[in-house]
Design a protein around this ligand. Sequence first.
Ligand code: AMP
Length: 308
Amino acid sequence: MRTVRTVAELRSALGAARGAGRTVGLVPTMGGFHAGHLSLMRAARKENDVVVVSLFVNPAQFGPGEDLDSYPRDEAADAALAEAEAVDLLFAPSADEVYPAGFSTRVTVSGLTDVLDGDPERRGAAHFAGVTTMVAKLLNMVGPDAAYFGQKDAQQALVIQRMARDLDLPARIEVRPTVREPDGLALSSRNAYLTPPERDRALSLSRALAAAEATVGAGERSAGPVLAAAHAELERADVEPEYLELRCATDLSPVERVNGSTLLAVAARVGRARLIDNTVLSTHPGGKPPGDPPRKRSSGDPSRKELI
Ligand code: AMP
């Protein structure tokens, strides 16, 4: 694995592979790698000839008073983990490389970014403008065939899919399932902030989602009782949600009844950590519908270590 820090180095490293018609997969990250990040790297590795992981703590997506300064940073540890996943290139630019003096362009997606985390009372639409500007830049810097994102950030994934569609960006946007600890806690770089008692309380988020799933599984379809079951789990742990909402899983419009495509999303502060989690509630008898839809795969190339 090579670490590159400039767009020029990145493009020159990818030039030969691209010229030879090899496919490129991109995994955008802010580092602090855990099994969720690694699952995206593995998916990219399986489906592309060349894998690029970007590592950049993007100041534009942090609001005033958020944890930009204390966000977990350990490039050496992250590089070792990426290398173990057979990543070809780690793109770790400086802030000046990403935002040169005079930088004055924003990519914004409206509508989808006004609700949930984008509500002005919460992180606000500026958070998503920071994300979409950065991801648009990364897609232009790397020019991947596919870029991989986690369902853990469900709203972010929808916003990025909408941006790519609206701007005719050529990369496929792939969204992969949330990776959880065995007890249900969704992996997050911010879990590092939790003390052991806080970690126990943080479990109430995934328990709330599970309680809602069980309620829907028992036949309930009205928003009220489904949300009440979820709220009860948060209350038991003395966790006050910033939001706990049912929304259409494709356009985030509010829903009163659970149908086959309903997102239940939660955000809550536990100690120093602001945590988010979500599930798409299944209305299939017996839980989640079997299997993911088939995905396009590129052929693996056993000699890929020499491609870059
Ligand atoms: P971050 O470094 O937090 O910006 O995350 C980089 C990518 O990893 C994003 O696409 C996230 O949605 C994804 N991700 C974060 N946590 C998880 C998780 N627990 N499971 C799957 N993907 C995740």
